[in-house]
Design a protein around this ligand. Structure first.
Ligand SMILES: *Cc1c(COP(=O)(O)O)cnc(C)c1O
Length: 234
């Protein structure tokens, strides 16, 4: 039982999720845990799977391709990282959702590959909610215009918003950004754009997922708190 800690970590995260949901003001208790398994060997993903995880998040096309064949086929893979247009074709029929749509070019590439495979893929629009220089994503003030523009593309279905909040010591510092995300999502749904749903809000990571849930997250993307620290040196 080399990876016994994974089961313990998942139990703890699920308990925290339940408690955060109880503190949430809205009645909806819809939140799904995405186990962010980037850099981790497939055996650790198998351990998480055996502990009940079915949603996995990866940020590299190559890693999704490598792990996809080794793991059970009822896993829902979520592409959460920056995606290059020329790599869309490798994962288009392997992932359940692409969280990181942040340009018209990328949306067009996804649309093109989805049409080839005769599928409609769920995508989320990545928002740079704190307007950070170093982050990918659409500026909140440009979101409606951007979504209008790509909503007409066949083969993709816009299903919500995603953000990577700033790295902070105290998760409370990110609460205003999570509130802003929820408000933006409501503003967008009120536009009633065809082919656009604001069902999902992908926000919250190991450091701040409880606050994100309190403010309305429907997907939380948790890596370190499940699998431990990542080692990028090898
Ligand atoms: C790595 C990553 C996460 C998980 O981060 P942790 O702090 O390890 O939980 C979540 N979202 C994205 C986009 C990531 O790249």
């Amino acid at each position: 039982m080399e990876y016994e800690f994974i089961q313990k970590n998942i139990n703890k995260v699920n308990e925290n999720i339940d408690n955060a949901l109880k503190r949430r003001k809205e009645t909806s208790n819809n939140v799904q845990l995405i186990a962010v398994s980037k850099t981790k060997p497939w055996e650790m993903l198998q351990a998480a799977y055996d502990s009940g995880c079915r949603l996995f998040g990866e940020n590299k096309v190559q890693e999704i391709m490598d792990k996809y064949d080794k793991l059970p086929n009822d896993i829902k893979w979520h592409m959460i990282g920056h995606l290059q247009t020329n790599k869309v074709k490798y994962i288009i029929d392997k992932v359940a959702c692409i969280h990181s749509v942040d340009s018209v070019r990328l949306a067009e590439a996804i649309s093109k590959e989805a049409i080839k495979k005769n599928i409609v893929i769920d995508v989320l629009i990545e928002i740079n909610i704190a307007d950070e220089e170093s982050k990918f994503g659409i500026k909140p003030e440009n979101a409606i215009e951007f979504i209008r523009e790509i909503s007409v593309l066949p083969g993709i279905h816009i299903n919500g918003l995603m953000t990577v909040a700033p790295y902070v010591e105290d998760s409370e510092e990110n609460r205003p950004y999570f509130v802003k995300m929820r408000e933006l999502s409501v503003d967008i749904s009120m536009e009633n754009i065809d082919n656009v749903d604001m069902s999902e809000l992908s926000m919250g990571m190991s450091g701040d997922y409880e606050v994100a849930i309190e403010e309305g997250a429907t997907f939380v993307r948790v890596g370190t708190s499940i699998f431990g620290e990542r080692n990028y040196s090898h």
